[in-house]
Design a binder for this molecule. Sequence first.
Ligand code: ACO
Length: 151
Amino acid sequence: MIRAIGKEESIPFDLLLLADESIVAIEKYLSASTLYVYERDAKIIGVYALLELSIDENEIKNIAVDINHQGKGIGSELIEHAKLVSISKNKRYLLIGTGDVSTKQLKLYRSKGFVNHSVKKNFFINNYDAPLYENEKQLKDMIVLSFDLLA
Ligand code: ACO
């Protein structure tokens, strides 16, 4: 079941930290975002943070699935859920950004119909204290993809 997290519930930082480097980085968008959780057998095993970016754009700022449950379609379900929520809020576009070397994530988002939107040059160099690595390569640019909810 996917649902918005309750006000009194604790934030699943363990999951959010799979998708972002630090709690400081997460807190920059957390308070302005709505958190949706994927719950199974009373356990939260997936999460995404949806931010209203502008009058016609939402952005998935963070999406993560517990490592023991990855590759089973939960991330895809969360993305489809974010599309439906955004349509219900009368948005036109859903955006998602990830590292230029994050090949698995980029492939997943493209397979869900997201197309190139923009590149935030040196985002991971300018916004984090230390160099970040993924797939043994340094993260530099953020690739922002968008999905047209009305197409
Ligand atoms: N059985 C097996 N495999 C499946 C199934 C299924 N039923 N359904 C889909 N898959 C495949 C997909 O085809 C996809 O294959 P691909 O790698 O060839 O593209 C792959 O599994 C992943 O799809 P999902 O299972 O839907 O995705 P998952 O549940 O693993 O979630 C996520 C994806 C969120 C990226 C997850 O891997 C994760 O938490 N990673 C670590 C954190 C992270 O990198 N988050 C994104 C950062 S960017 C941001 O947060 C904005």
